[in-house]
Every structure is written in C-alpha cells, then in structure tokens.
Write a protein that binds this ligand. Structure first.
Ligand SMILES: CCCCCCCCCC/C=C\C/C=C/C(=O)SCCNC(=O)CCNC(=O)[C@H](O)C(C)(C)COP(=O)(O)OP(=O)(O)OC[C@H]1O[C@@H](n2cnc3c(N)ncnc32)[C@H](O)[C@@H]1OP(=O)(O)O
Ligand SMILES: Cc1cc2nc3c(=O)[nH]c(=O)nc-3n(C[C@H](O)[C@H](O)[C@H](O)COP(=O)(O)OP(=O)(O)OC[C@H]3O[C@@H](n4cnc5c(N)ncnc54)[C@H](O)[C@@H]3O)c2cc1C
Length: 627
C-alpha cells in the first residue's frame, strides 16, 4: 500500500500536537497510531509475499513511522528483534518465531545494554546458568548494574525480548549469547514472575520508543529458548562453540549498515524543511532599491544547506553499496566462510560513525539556518536532530567503533609492511603515499584523501611502535595513541565515502538524462570540494596542495553553489517527502509557513483562553503587593 493510502487513514495524524501531550500521553498516542499504522499495512500484505519482501515492507514501516515525529515503540521489533531471530536462530527457531513476530502476534525487543555496560559486551553481567536436571536456563541479574537498561519497547510494549546474557555451565562462563525470553503474560501483559520491568524516563529524544529496564530474579526458561544457530548447549549441558564467537554480534553489524541509510533519510528530511523555508523566507535589503531577497540567495545560506543535499546522496549511495557487501558476506557466513566478516565489521565501524557525525551536525545546521522559526518544535527540526544524534551513541558509540576500525587498519598496515597482500576496501593502502603535484580534479582530490589516510595510518602505527619500544604495554600504547587512531579511521572513512559516492554516481550517470546527470554530478563535485576545504590542513600536510590551489578550490566551491542554486528546490522536492511525513510548519510543499506557524500556535492549550487562571491566583495579588 502506498504512503498516500496509509497517510489518509483517519486518526493516524495528530489533532493535538504531540508537543502538548504529557510523557505518558505521548507514549499512549504513539501506541494507538502504531497499531493503526501496522494494521493498515498488514491488512494489505499479500500472504504470498516472500519473507524478504515482508522484511523490506517492515523497513518501510520503520521509515514511514517517522511521521510520529519520534520513533515508534515497535521500532526494535522490526529493526533488531526480527533480524536477530533471522540471524541467530536455528531453522526450526526461525520457522516458529518469525511467524509469530511478523504477524505481530508477539512484540519483541533486543536487550543487550545494561546499566553498567553498553560498549563492553564482554563485561555484561546478566547470567544465564544452565540447569541440566531441568534442561532450563536460569536468568538472573546479580547486581543493579546488571539490569538491562535502554532497550526500546522494553518498558510497557514488548512481551518478548532477545536477552544477551553470559552463559554459565557447571560454573564456567561461555561468553555472551542470545536468549528468547517471554517477559509479559500474553493475555494480561503482566510481567512474568521473577521479572522486573519499567521505563527509564524522559530523554532528549526517542520519547515514544518506551526504552526500559529489565531485571531477572532466577527466572527460568527452557533450553530451546537459547538461539542456537551459532553455538549450542546440548541437553546434558555440553557446550558446542560456534565457528566464530563474534557471529553473535551479527545483529549489530546489520543495524550499523541500516543506520547509514537512515542518516541519508533523516538528513534529506531536515534539508527539505530548511531549504523550502529558505526559498519562501525573505529577509534584509542588501540593495536599497530592491525587495528583500529570498534567504536562499545568500551564499552563506547555500553553504549551510547544499552540502546536506549532497551528503544525503553520498550516504544513500554508500549505504546501498554497503548493503551489497553485507548480503554477500551474510551468504558467505551461512556457508561457513568467515574471512570477509572483519572487513564488513571495519567498514560498518567507519561508515556508521561518519554518517551519524555528519548528519547530526548538518541537521543542526539546517535548524540554525531557519532562524527563530527553526527553534519551534512545530518545525520538526529539533526532533529530527534528537533522533539523529541518538545514533551517535546507539549501536556502538562512535569513538569505540572508530577505534575498532583502527584495529583493522593497523593490522592491515602492519601486515602490508611485512609483505601480506591488502584486499578489498583497504587495498589502496598499498598505493603511492606521496602526491607529486596537486591534481585539483575530483578524482585527484579523492586520491589525495586516500593519501591522507595512508599517511595517517602509517604515522599512527609508527607512534604505537615507538611507544612499545619505549616500554609501554600494547594496551597502554594503544590508549596513548587513541586520538590519532580515531583520526586515522576517520581519514579512511572519508576516503571510502568520497570514492564510493563518486564511483556509484559514475555508474548511474550513463542512464541519466543529460540535465539530471549534470545536476547530480555537480553535487558530487560540491561534496568532494567541500571536504577538501574542510580538511585543507591534511591536504596541505600530505597532498602537496599550495595556497594558490586552495584559492582555486574556494572559487570553484562558490561557483558550484551558484550552479546548484537554480535546482536547489527541485533537488529537495525530489526526495519526495509528503507533508505528513515532514510534519513541519516550515517545510510544507505549499510554502505557507507563516500561516502554518500561526495555525500550530493556536493549538497551544494556553491559547484556549485570553486570560490564564494564574493572573487572578498569583499575578494580580502580586502586582497589587498583596502576596
Ligand atoms: C524511523 C526510521 C528508523 C530506521 C532504522 C534505524 C536503525 C534503528 C536502530 C534502532 C535504534 C536503537 C536501538 C539501539 C540498539 C542498541 O544500541 S543494541 C546495543 C549495541 N551495542 C553495541 O554496539 C556495543 C558496542 N561494542 C562492541 O561492538 C564490542 O564490544 C567492541 C566492538 C567494542 C569490541 O569490544 P572488545 O571487548 O574490546 O573486543 P572484543 O570483544 O575482543 O572484539 C574485538 C575483536 O572482535 C571483532 N569484532 C568485534 N565486534 C564485531 C562484530 N560486530 N562483528 C565482527 N567482528 C567483531 C573485532 O574485529 C576484533 O577482532 P580481532 O581479530 O581481535 O581484531
Ligand atoms: C536512544 C538510544 C536507544 C538505545 N536503544 C538500545 C536498545 O534498544 N538495546 C540496547 O541493548 N541498547 C540500546 N541503547 C544503548 C546503547 O547501545 C549504548 O548506550 C551504547 O552502546 C554506548 O554504551 P554506553 O551507553 O555504556 O556508553 P559508554 O560505553 O559508557 O561510553 C561513554 C564514554 O566512554 C567512552 N568509551 C567507552 N569505552 C571506550 C573504549 N574502549 N575506548 C575509548 N573510549 C571508550 C565512549 O567513547 C564514551 O565517550 C540505546 C542507547 C540510546 C542512546
């Protein structure tokens, strides 16, 4: 069913703006709409759809659920609960649980993070102790810090949950494994015995996702509730290890890839709002005898916004490219071939951080570009920022992931120096690490970014080796060099983002009409030129750019802004967001921002009466000196 039909469903859109609801009302309203939304979508699903098709439809669920201005309490059900069953369950477990989950007979979440640990998965404390006498696992939260904390939908929505817990058999720890746990009665929705559930409280955003906490008091589950695709516990308690303990972390890689495409979507929404508003907003009078210009004609405004359009395209192209790698590695993993998993992990550890760092910063810049009206919640820019900035932290905090990528880059470089061949997205590290003369072409600039990455990686390896020669342990050397390790990962990520965007666009250019090709390639040029100027220090240090070249780059950048200006509104219209999904007084297609701002203002409960009751209760006595 297309968005048109979905969005026309009565009751799906809010009469009372969510901003004026209480924390509890926001959640209850979001449940009401999520149920309406999914019922509508599921009522149209063709039962003959393959699982893959349905999964894609669920992706659309998640994406279109953005109309709630926040994310749905069902978000984790689709984005992690179902993918974990798919990726970590045996065929039999998949068959049973996927049917129930996809029909929404059960609602699930993914509980890994604890009050005391988020990044350090090996430090998780929730226990799953195997009892061979009863063929059960005993789930227990030994201390407060072991309570699951953060999972979306956990507080009041989900009745099942994938719990990542430390497996103990006969007193021995066998690491972290996934367990399917029913947490609420399917009829009464009451928490089951030995299970403590609750909500973690109000947050910067995600306030309808129902993030919760979960504690176990010796809660028993049957043996078949451990998802046993990658490792097994036999009836007698024998532990059968998987081919690679990190396969348990597979859902995280999947979601990190999903996040890159989601950042493309979030940034596209924000720049659509800000750019459309910039086209209708007129301000100041630089030329006395002319009317106030559109603020979009200020080059500083173009500088704030056009890079966001290009970045959304870049993230989308990189996400589609990364999805292809993900699917291919997933097929290889299914046949026991693991050797490309580290590279996929390293790529996700670069692109998820860079896309979330850039998107968060550019969404905030879109808000700032709208002046006072950008500060209104009715503009839906603050909420979009709140959703995007969460992705800096969840699914692997960005610094930690960049350090993970550095781990792979350092290993690859040390291996290369010893003569081991480099492969895949790291093959360029074997390339020439000096730029003879600055080549201001787009391909030349991208090559310079690769040189910057090579030089940063090789120099941070030298720093590590010098620290270790000085007597530091590898761990202390690593920590001491970690600022430059993350810088090396960022440089690698930049080189990947730029080169993939360019190459993916070049592939598509051949089938585009000449006018469309011209505009889209202008965005590629803008993106590459913008980042060369942003990283001009690295270019000066490693890519032999001169001050004359920089001057040329700056002039080219300004010309690109001017060239894109005539198509700017068309470029955001091409994202094709319906007004209901933008959900913004500033970004509506008809450009009636002022009327919409007033309409929304009048919905404030305070405007229901001309004099608020506090005047007579407090103000008047106060002003008469009688308080
Ligand atoms: C409205 C539209 C919405 C659209 C959808 C958008 C997406 C929706 C997302 C839902 C929103 C919110 C939900 C959020 C959920 C969560 O946050 S779930 C919890 C996520 N938590 C994490 O990601 C924890 C991060 N920590 C880690 O990944 C690991 O602990 C870490 C990488 C830090 C490694 O820790 P260490 O203990 O230091 O190291 P070790 O465990 O020994 O591992 C190092 C070793 O293992 C390899 N490795 C690590 N991780 C992986 C992996 N995932 N895959 C493959 N390999 C992995 C690593 O390369 C090292 O290998 P080496 O050979 O030893 O070098
Ligand atoms: C909106 C939101 C939704 C979430 N949803 C879920 C969910 O559904 N399910 C779930 O399981 N979890 C969820 N999480 C939790 C999320 O996965 C964790 O917050 C995340 O993994 C970071 O862990 P942490 O919070 O413990 O931060 P920490 O790891 O404590 O990070 C704090 C600081 O310490 C630094 N740091 C930590 N380790 C290192 C290191 N080794 N080297 C250098 N610096 C380090 C970090 O860089 C950071 O600056 C969610 C979080 C948010 C914000």
């Amino acid at each position: 069913m297309d968005e048109q039909k979905v969005l026309s469903i009565k009751g799906l859109l809010d009469d009372t703006p969510e901003e004026y609801l209480s924390h509890k009302e926001k959640y209850e309203n979001s449940i009401r709409k999520s149920v309406l939304f999914y019922k509508t979508l599921h009522s149209t699903e063709d039962e003959n759809m393959s699982v893959d098709e349905k999964t894609k439809l669920n992706f659309r669920n998640i994406v279109t659920s953005a109309i709630f201005k926040d994310n749905s309490p069902f978000m984790l059900h689709n984005s992690m609960f179902i993918p974990t069953i798919m990726g970590q369950g045996t065929d039999e477990q998949r068959e049973y649980w996927m049917k129930r989950a996809k029909n929404m007979e059960i609602i699930g979440t993914y509980a890994q993070t604890e009050l005391g640990h988020g990044t350090f998965i090996r430090g998780l404390e929730t226990q799953a102790t195997y009892d061979p006498d009863t063929e059960e696992f005993v789930l227990h939260s030994p201390v407060l810090s072991s309570y699951k904390w953060w999972p979306g939908g956990l507080a009041h929505t989900a009745n099942y949950c994938i719990v990542m817990a430390r497996l103990y058999i006969k007193g021995k720890s066998h690491g972290i494994h996934p367990f399917m746990v029913q947490i609420r009665d399917e009829e009464t929705h009451m928490p089951l015995p030995g299970i403590k559930l609750g909500e973690i409280g109000a947050k910067l955003g995600f306030n309808t996702v129902n993030n919760g906490f979960l504690g176990f008091e010796n809660h028993r589950i049957s043996r078949d509730r451990m998802l046993m695709k990658n490792a097994q516990v036999l009836k007698d308690g024998t532990f059968v290890a998987g081919s690679n303990s990190k396969l348990t972390y597979g859902t995280m890689v999947y979601v990190r890839v999903l996040i890159v495409s989601n950042m493309a979507n979030m940034l596209a929404k924000a720049v659509t709002i800000a750019l459309r508003y910039s086209a209708i907003r007129r301000q100041s009078q630089p030329k006395p005898d002319e009317p106030e210009p559109q603020i979009l004609d200020y080059v500083t405004q173009q500088h704030k916004l056009f890079i966001a359009i290009a970045s959304s395209h870049a993230f989308y192209m990189n996400a589609m490219w990364l999805w292809e790698i993900y699917y291919s590695v997933s097929l290889q993993l299914a046949s026991g071939k693991l050797d490309n998993l580290p590279e996929l992990h390293a790529l996700a550890c670069c692109l998820k951080p860079l896309s979330t760092i850039d998107a968060t910063a550019m969404i905030e810049k879109c808000r700032l570009a709208c002046g006072g009206h950008g500060y209104m919640l009715s503009a839906n820019l603050a909420q979009t920022y709140g959703l995007a900035t969460a992705a800096y932290t969840y699914e692997g905090e960005n610094t930690v992931l960049l350090l993970q990528a550095a781990r792979s880059l350092v290993k690859a470089w040390v291996g290369h120096v010893k003569g081991r061949p480099l492969k895949g997205t790291m093959a360029y590290l074997a390339g020439d690490s000096t730029v003879k003369a600055w080549d201001g072409s787009i391909d030349g600039i991208i090559q310079s970014f690769k040189v910057v990455a090579i030089r940063k990686i090789s120099s941070v390896v030298k720093i590590l080796q010098d620290y270790e020669k000085s007597g530091l342990s590898p761990e202390d050397a690593w920590n001491k060099a970690s600022v430059f390790l993350t810088a090396a990962s960022e440089a690698h990520g930049r080189a990947v983002l730029l080169s993939v965007y360019k190459s993916e666009m070049d592939k598509r250019a051949a089938v585009l009409s000449p006018p469309l090709r011209k505009v889209l390639l202008q965005l590629v040029d803008l993106y590459v030129t913008y980042w060369a100027l942003e990283k001009v220090g690295d270019m000066l240090l490693y890519a032999s750019i001169t001050d004359k070249d920089v001057d040329e780059l700056q002039r080219r950048y300004i010309e690109l802004l001017a060239a894109i200006r005539p198509n700017a509104v068309g470029l955001v219209d091409a994202f094709d967001f319906r007004d209901e999904i933008l959900n913004s007084t500033l970004g509506a297609y008809d450009g009636r921002a002022y009327e919409r701002l007033m309409e929304e203002a009048m919905k404030s409960p305070l405007n229901a009466e001309p004099v608020n009751q506090t005047f007579h209760k407090y103000l008047k006595p106060f002003m008469r000196g009688k308080l």
